[in-house]
Design a protein around this ligand. Structure first.
Ligand SMILES: C[C@](O)(C(=O)O)[C@H](CC(=O)O)C(=O)O
Length: 329
């Protein structure tokens, strides 16, 4: 007799034992962790995993509403939204971990979250602490880089990187920490050495990172499509992540081109931040000049709260016998 188990909306399983009647399963499934989901996507498919950059709860909710299969928490966006500052190494572990934890746990059955870990925020003890906190926060994967601690956005000039030995120490610490904690969090090794030392040094650093046990490589700031394609070939079959920053250091590469080049993960750091800036600015300009924001009809509080789980929250209350929303909202 064939038993079919299907995963329904809201993460509930339905069991059909062949009789045509659906039963409540007496086996209980735990939600699969984000790291396991991400790892399976990497190892069991050859898809390009497209991750829109998100930087707060609302941008993450929009990515989830549109059913993206994974998301990326941008450090630049986190720094801009939580600190109101530029991406110059000002966000610390607490800022990054708190933001990542909130986003990664919005929906336990939601898409896995890759989060920026910058330099790891210090020496081996800080890197170990950062990795442990990201694991506990439910982050699925993170990238750690070789810029000096007082780092800057990878698409600005004047970057400086630490020695290869120091970089490998960061990665070794990350790998040992995740192994010690029996975590399958995806470790992404990023190098920013292109500006200062050139392409060959990047490949050398990434090969060493791969040999240390990093799961994925990230060469930051490609200057041409040819270079991006070459890196995939030089490191194959090791999976590479492409960071697409439009109007950044390199050419615009679409998801279609990246897939054809052989990249496995693609993040769009500014996918939410840049449109948010444009949208907020034009609305506030209108307020200033016309005395009204001009929000399109239909976009009232209820609609916006719905994006943020209004119905699920009301259901939790009703399921518990609460009457707080029995007359609607
Ligand atoms: C990927 C990145 O680390 C980020 O924070 O999103 C940034 C993006 C940016 O500031 O352009 C980076 O590329 O350094």
């Amino acid at each position: 007799m064939a038993i079919t188990i299907t995963l329904g909306p809201n993460g509930q399983y339905h069991v059909n034992n062949g009789s045509g009647r659906e039963q409540e399963p007496d086996i209980h499934f735990l939600p699969i962790s984000g790291s396991t989901k991400l790892r399976r996507m990497l190892n069991e498919t050859n898809e390009l995993i497209v991750c829109p950059g998100v930087y707060d709860g609302l941008s993450a909710r929009v990515a989830m509403q549109l059913d993206f299969k994974a998301m990326y928490m941008t450090g630049a966006g986190t720094t801009a939204s939580r600190l109101g500052m530029a991406d110059l190494g000002l966000a610390q572990l607490h800022d990054m971990k708190t933001n990542a934890e909130m986003i990664a746990n919005l929906d336990p059955n939601g898409p896995p979250l890759i989060a920026d870990m910058d330099t790891g925020y210090g020496g081996p003890l800080m890197v170990a602490k950062s990795v442990q906190q990201y694991i506990q926060a439910g982050v699925a994967g993170f990238h750690i880089e070789d810029q000096v601690l007082s780092k800057r956005c990878g698409h600005l000039a004047g970057k400086k990187v630490v020695s290869k030995e120091e970089y490998l120490m960061r990665l070794r610490t990350a790998k040992l920490t995740k192994d010690r904690l029996h975590s399958d969090i995806v470790l992404i090794a990023r190098t920013d050495a292109l500006q200062q030392h050139g392409y060959e040094e990047c490949i050398d650093r990434l090969k060493a990172a791969r040999d240390l046990g990093a799961d994925v490589g990230l060469l930051e700031g490609f200057t041409s499509k040819e270079q991006a394609r070459q890196a995939v070939q030089d490191l194959a079959p090791w999976p590479l992540l492409l960071n697409m920053v439009e109007n950044g250091a390199g050419p615009v590469i679409t998801t279609y081109e990246a897939k054809e080049m052989g990249f496995r993960i693609m993040i769009f750091s500014f996918a939410s931040l840049a449109p948010a800036y444009m949208g907020i600015k034009s609305a506030l300009e209108r307020l200033k000049t016309e005395g009204v924001v001009g929000t399109p009809e239909g976009l009232g509080p209820r609609k916006l709260f719905e994006v943020c789980g209004l119905s699920q929250s009301m259901k939790i209350d009703a399921d518990a016998g609460g009457l707080a929303f029995s007359n609607g909202v």
